[in-house]
Design a protein around this ligand. Structure first.
Ligand code: HEC
Length: 170
């Protein structure tokens, strides 16, 4: 009799464990499936990544890219887009930490006008005191980013234009 009474629980225990095991397994599978769905693109990208050609690796380890980037072409410093000048690093250091140098290259002003813009930034945009750099910066700005006197654009020099025939067939 005692055996018969204790039999049902003995039977239940392994079944219950099996059930919990199945639930755990299913949960794991679901979590993994979700993870895969989330990362699918990244995983595929990683699997299909192209090996870097040896040339690129060499380029990376040498400083030639960096040199190219620091180059000056037609008086424009490529990295910053600012006009090349012995004092350029002062301007880069003082003026490009908060915003792009484009804000400078898109503006034109007299020395006084630039001074006012700097004052405005100091008043309203947390620009600090520029100290000894200020006259250097103002000289630079007034020299390269002065208002142009010849109007909005230079007149077109018809003689200098190289005309070409627009080929619509292609
Ligand atoms: C502390 C941060 C900071 C620094 C450093 C800074 N600026 Fe600015 N500047 C700003 C902010 C903020 C604006 C507003 C940007 C906007 O409107 O999107 C701005 C705007 C400008 C503008 C546009 C003004 C206008 O009227 O549209 C110019 C030009 C400019 N800055 C030039 C300079 C120059 C030159 C220097 C170096 C002396 C400099 N900035 C340094 C924060 C700074």
């Amino acid at each position: 009799m005692a055996n018969k009474k204790s039999n049902p629980p003995k039977m239940m225990v392994p079944n219950w464990n099996l059930f919990i095991g199945l639930v755990k397994f299913t949960l794991c599978a679901i979590i993994m499936a979700f993870g895969y769905l989330l990362l699918e693109d990244d995983i595929n990208e990683w699997i299909n990544r192209k090996p870097l050609p040896i040339g690129d690796i060499n380029k990376r380890s040498s400083t030639s890219d960096e040199d190219d980037w620091n180059k000056t072409v037609n008086g424009i410093h490529l990295r910053s887009g600012l006009h090349a000048d012995p004092n350029l690093q002062v301007i880069i250091g003082a003026c490009t930490s908060c915003h792009s140098s484009k804000l400078i290259t898109q503006n034109k002003a007299t020395r006084e006008g630039w001074k006012q813009m700097i004052r405005w930034m100091q008043k309203t945009q947390n620009l600090g005191d520029l100290g000894k750099s200020e006259p250097v910066i103002l000289d630079y700005l007034a020299k390269y980013y002065a208002p142009k006197e010849e109007g909005r654009r230079q007149n077109i020099d018809v003689e200098a234009i190289e005309w070409y025939v627009l080929d619509l067939e292609e």
